[in-house]
Design a protein around this ligand. Structure first.
Ligand code: FPP
Ligand code: MG
Ligand code: MG
Length: 349
């Protein structure tokens, strides 16, 4: 069979670059004046607690998937120098994205009073809320400095807007009205801001740095957007179906905090009386059990997985709509991006 048809693990395709990026992240959080800040900010960059590294993997694969004739008719040396420099700039995007992501997790764990993350104590639990907030701010600042070094206003603007989106999504979730809480459209918009915007816009900046056409730019954005939506839908399913051990963080945490996600929204469609339970606000823990009972006899989990699958398929079709390329590495990377759409749906953590 041709190279393109072989199944290759997407993560192993970029394993060397992932460890390079991990090393750079650990080096990037030094602080001479406040070493405590550095160790707090570097907490989730330590080996063993780096997480699944979905985002940097996607971005590096996207860089290879879009690696098609940007400098027609140039000398081979010029092309090589250009692509090395381009690749380094695209790696910076992966680092920036990971720093913003971890910053948002540090702040999120403060907001959610989380005790565990990635199978270890959360930073707020081990070093306190105050240092966690400051460490998140510090990471955001380091991300901004790296971002500005790329010297591309469009890229700076898109990534800056993502930070607003994260805050918007988190605030929408925290301060929704009774009506918004049970509105699927509100849930999907919140999910875009909270999760999908970061990977969507980062994918877009990978295309911008490569000097791609605006069509390819939009396809890269759409891949990230639909993959991000699918990712969060599955996250919300796993909050019900996973265990603390499998997830490395607490389960049933959404509903206990009164956060209504897709599985429950679908369950309400089947059992409208569930709405009344939800509107009571979960001050009584028995309402959590009652809601779980409704969820169990409904198709809520199944329909949330189906919706995630629809978005995963839209992500795959964005990749398949990219202009044809005969290059083997481009083909393998695109195949890996499509494989990731399946991996995200079937993941258990
Ligand atoms: C995890 O959600 C949280 C996010 C995806 C975004 C959090 C964003 C903020 C806290 C706003 C501040 C942003 C920055 C950039 C500092 P979750 O609680 O549903 O997931 P979990 O189960 O992993 O905790
Ligand atoms: Mg949260
Ligand atoms: Mg949380």
């Amino acid at each position: 069979s041709s190279m393109e048809e072989q199944q290759v693990d997407p993560f192993s395709l970029v394993a060397d670059e992932l460890s390079l990026i991990g090393k750079r992240l650990r080096e990037m959080v030094v602080s001479v004046e406040a070493p405590k800040l550095a160790s707090a900010a570097g907490y989730f960059f330590e080996i063993g607690v780096e997480g699944k590294r979905f985002r940097p993997t996607i971005l590096l694969l996207m860089a290879s998937a879009l690696n098609v004739s940007v400098l027609p008719g140039s000398q081979p040396d010029t092309v090589t120098n250009f692509s090395n420099e381009l690749r380094t700039r695209q790696q910076r995007i992966a680092e920036i994205t990971e720093m913003i992501h971890v910053a948002s997790l540090l702040h999120d764990d403060v907001l959610d009073d989380a005790e565990t993350r990635r199978g270890v104590q959360s930073l707020n639990f081990s070093m306190g809320n105050k240092l966690s907030v400051l460490a998140g701010d510090f990471l955001l600042s380091r991300a901004c400095v790296t971002l500005s070094s790329l010297n591309n206003l469009e890229v700076i603007s898109l990534i800056s807007e993502v930070i607003e989106h994260l805050v918007t999504g988190e605030t929408m979730q925290m301060s929704s009205t009774l009506e918004q809480r049970c509105d699927m459209d509100h849930y999907m918009r919140k999910t875009y801001y909270k999760t999908a915007s970061l990977i969507a816009n980062s994918c877009r900046t990978i295309a911008i740095l490569a000097g791609q056409t605006s069509e390819a730019e939009i396809l890269a954005y759409n891949y990230g957007k639909h993959l991000g939506l699918a990712y969060q839908l599955i996250d919300d399913v796993l909050d019900f179906t996973g265990t603390s051990t499998s997830l490395g963080k607490g389960s049933l945490s959404d509903i206990r905090h009164g956060i209504i996600t897709a599985p429950i929204l679908f369950a309400i469609e089947e059992y409208p009386e569930l709405q009344k339970v939800i509107n009571r606000g979960f001050n009584d823990p028995r309402d959590v059990d009652l809601s779980l009972e409704y969820l169990g006899k409904s198709l809520g989990i199944q329909r949330a997985i189906e919706l995630a699958t629809e978005h995963a398929n839209l992500a795959a079709s964005a990749i398949n709509s990219l202009p044809q390329s005969g290059d083997d590495k481009v083909g393998i990377s695109r195949r890996a991006l499509v494989d990731l759409t399946h991996i995200i749906i079937t993941r258990t953590n």
